[in-house]
Design a protein around this ligand. Structure first.
Ligand code: MLC
Ligand code: AMP
Length: 493
C-alpha cells in the first residue's frame, strides 16, 4: 500500500486541494484517482512500472493523475507545461512512456507525439467512471521519474521509489512540524521536487490543504495571502526577489495589510538556490519572518535545513534533516575537519534509486553507498554553508538547474556557429544567468535569429540571456576551454 495515499482515508472530508476557486476533499481525490487508475489498467491487473506521462495545469487534476498512476502500479512522469515539444519528446523517448494523460490546452503541443511514437492518448476530460480492482503496490516500487540536468549533455531521469518519497516527506513533516491545520500556497512548477515533494506531498501527507495558482503572478499571490487562510509558503530566492519588487511599488495601506497577514504565517521557506542575505533581510522587513533556508536536490529531496524553532543563520543551510546522513569529503574522498571545505555526500532512504536506464551514471554518482552531490560546503559551529559547486558546467537560474553542455551542444548545431562556451554568471535576481560566448563560422558576421532559433529547442529558462562574439574561447596550454576565465570575462561585460 502506498503510505501517502493510504493516509488520505483519515481525512476524507477535509479539503485536500484548492484550485480554480474550487475546493476538493481527500475523499474526492481518492475517488478520482481510482477512476484514473482503472482507466489506465484497462482490464490489466497491474501496470508493473509502466511509465505514464502527464501534462496538465497545477491543480486537482494533476494530483488525481499522480495518485491514479501510482494506484495502478505505474511510474509517474510529470511533464513541464512550459517546455517546447523537443524537450517533451526527449522525455517520452527516454522513458518509453506507454501513455500520456493531458488536458485540452496541451493537446496541440503534444499532438506530434501520436505520430512520432506508439503511445496511448488519454485526454483527462474523457476519463469517466470505471470500476475494477486495484493492485497491491509494494513500496519498493519505482514511483516517479523527474528530469534533471547534470554534467552530461542530456538531462537524466531521476528515479525515486515510494520508499524514497516517503522518507523525503517524513523528514520534512517531522522537522517543520506540518499538521492538518496547515494551508500552503503552491506556485512552483510541478516537475521538480520543490513543488512536488516539499509542498504538495508534505501537505497531503499531513491532511493539510494545498492551494494552487495556475502560474507565478505576484499580484495574485498577494491577493491569496490577503485572505488570511494560507499559513505556509515555500519558494526559490528569485521568487522572493520578485515578490519584494512587486510589494515595494504597492501603496502604503496595501503594504501594511499584506505585512500584517504575512506576520501570522507559521513558516516561510527558501531553497533550490543560495538565498542572498540581502533578500532575506528585505523579506524580514516585509513579513517579520527570517526565511528558513534549506538545501536539497532532485536526487535526494531535502538533506539539510535551518531549524524550525531554533536560531536561523543567514547565509547558512543548517543541519542534517532527520534520517539523512551527511559527510563532507576532500578530493581524495577523505573526511574533512570542521571549518575545511569538502563535497557534500548524502546517505539515507531519501536518496534516489537510479538514473533511468543509465547504470554507469548511477554507479559513478555514488561512492561506498554515499551520493556525491557535487556541492562544496563547510561546517561552521554546527551549521553548513554552501561555497559553490565542483563543476562550472552546472548553472542555477531562477531555481532551475541547467547544464552548460546541453546548451553548447544545441548552439553548435546552428549553421552560423563554429564553436561556443556557455557559463553561468552571477545575477542578483536570477542567482545566475546563462551567458554564451560564440565563435562565428567564416562568412557569418551576426546571428540575429539566434533567440528565435533556440526557442523551439530549449525551454525559455535555458536560453542564454547574455552573448559575446569572440575569435576564440579562453584556453589553457593544453587547448582546453577555461570556463572560469570565460565566466570572469562575461561577468564584466
Ligand atoms: C525567465 N526569464 C528569465 C529566466 N526565466 N530571465 C533570465 N533568466 C531566467 N532563468 C525571463 C523571460 O525571458 C521573460 O522575460 C520573463 O523572465 C518572464 O518569463 P516566464 O517564463 O514567464 O518566467 P516566470 O514565470 O516569471 O518564472 C520565473 C520563476 C520561475 C522564478 C517563477 O523561474 C520558476 O518557477 N522557478 C522555480 C524553479 C523550481 O521550482 N526549481 C526547483 C528545482 S528542485 P521577458 O523579457 O520576455 O518578459 C531543486 C531541489 C531543491 O532545486 O533544493 O529544491
Ligand atoms: P536540482 O538538481 O534542480 O534538484 O538542484 C539541486 C541543486 O540546487 C543542489 O545541488 C544545489 O547546488 C542547489 N541548491 C539547493 N538548495 C540550495 C541552497 N539552499 N543553497 C545553495 N544551493 C542550493
Amino acid at each position: 500500500m502506498i503510505p501517502l495515499i493510504n493516509s488520505a482515508s483519515q481525512f476524507t472530508s477535509r479539503v485536500a486541494v484548492r484550485s480554480g476557486n474550487k475546493d476538493y476533499s481527500y475523499g474526492q481525490l481518492l475517488d478520482r484517482s481510482a477512476q484514473i487508475a482503472w482507466t489506465l489498467l484497462q482490464g490489466r491487473e497491474d501496470l508493473e512500472e509502466a511509465r505514464i506521462a502527464f501534462i496538465v495545469d497545477p491543480g486537482f487534476d494533476y494530483v488525481a493523475i499522480q495518485w491514479g498512476i501510482w494506484r495502478a502500479g505505474g511510474i509517474a512522469i510529470p511533464l513541464c507545461i512550459k517546455h517546447p515539444y523537443a524537450s517533451i519528446k526527449y522525455v517520452i523517448e527516454d522513458t518509453s512512456a506507454e501513455a500520456v494523460i493531458f488536458s485540452d490546452v496541451y493537446r496541440d503541443l503534444i499532438s506530434p507525439l501520436f505520430s512520432d511514437f506508439t503511445i496511448r492518448s488519454l485526454p483527462i476530460a474523457q476519463i469517466g467512471v470505471e470500476k475494477g480492482r486495484l493492485p497491491d503496490i509494494s513500496v519498493e516500487r519505482r514511483a516517479m521519474i523527474l528530469y534533471t540536468s547534470g554534467t552530461t549533455g542530456h538531462p537524466k531521469g531521476v528515479v525515486t521509489s515510494h520508499t524514497n518519497i516517503e522518507a523525503q516527506i517524513r523528514s520534512l513533516v517531522t522537522f517543520w512540524e506540518w499538521s492538518e491545520e496547515d494551508h500552503i500556497l503552491n506556485i512552483l512548477p510541478l516537475h521538480h521536487v520543490h513543488g512536488i515533494v516539499n509542498i504538495l506531498c508534505c501537505a497531503l501527507w499531513s491532511g493539510a490543504c494545498c492551494e494552487f495558482l495556475p502560474k507565478f503572478d505576484p499580484a495574485q499571490i498577494f491577493e491569496v495571502f490577503k485572505k488570511g487562510e494560507v499559513n505556509l509558503f515555500m519558494a526559490v530566492p528569485t521568487i522572493y526577489y520578485k515578490l519584494i519588487a512587486f510589494f515595494n511599488q504597492l501603496p502604503d495601506s496595501e503594504q501594511k495589510e499584506i505585512s500584517g497577514k504575512l506576520g501570522a504565517f507559521r513558516l516561510m521557506v527558501s531553497g533550490s538556490a543560495a538565498l542572498p542575505v540581502s533578500t532575506l533581510e528585505k523579506w524580514r522587513e516585509i513579513s517579520g519572518h527570517i526565511l528558513l533556508e534549506r538545501y536539497g536536490m532532485t536526487e535526494m529531496g531535502m538533506a539539510i535545513s535551518n531549524p524550525y524553532r531554533g536560531k536561523r543563520k543567514p547565509g547558512y543551510i543548517g543541519e542534517p534533516l532527520p534520517g539523512v546522513d551527511i559527510r563532507l569529503v576532500d578530493e581524495e574522498g577523505g573526511p574533512v575537519e570542521e571549518g575545511t571545505p569538502g563535497e557534500i555526500q548524502i546517505r539515507g532512504s531519501n536518496v534516489f534509486r537510479e538514473y533511468w536506464r543509465k547504470p554507469e551514471a548511477t554507479a559513478e554518482s555514488f561512492v561506498d553507498g554515499w551520493f556525491k552531490s557535487g556541492d562544496i560546503a563547510v561546517l561552521e559551529e554546527g551549521s553548513y554553508r554552501i561555497l559553490g559547486r565542483n563543476s562550472v558546467d552546472i548553472i542555477k537560474s531562477g531555481g532551475y538547474k541547467i547544464s552548460a553542455l546541453e546548451i553548447e551542444e544545441i548552439l553548435r548545431k546552428h549553421p552560423g556557429v563554429k564553436d561556443c562556451g556557455v557559463v553561468g554568471i552571477p545575477d542578483e535576481e536570477w542567482g545566475e544567468i546563462v551567458a554564451a560566448s560564440i565563435i562565428l563560422k567564416e562568412g557569418c558576421h551576426e546571428l540575429p535569429d539566434l533567440k528565435e532559433w533556440l526557442s523551439d529547442k530549449l525551454p525559455n529558462y535555458k536560453i542564454p540571456r547574455k552573448y559575446m562574439v569572440q575569435n576564440d574561447l579562453p584556453r589553457n596550454v593544453m587547448g582546453k576551454v577555461t570556463k572560469k576565465e570565460l565566466q570572469k570575462i562575461m561577468s564584466e561585460l
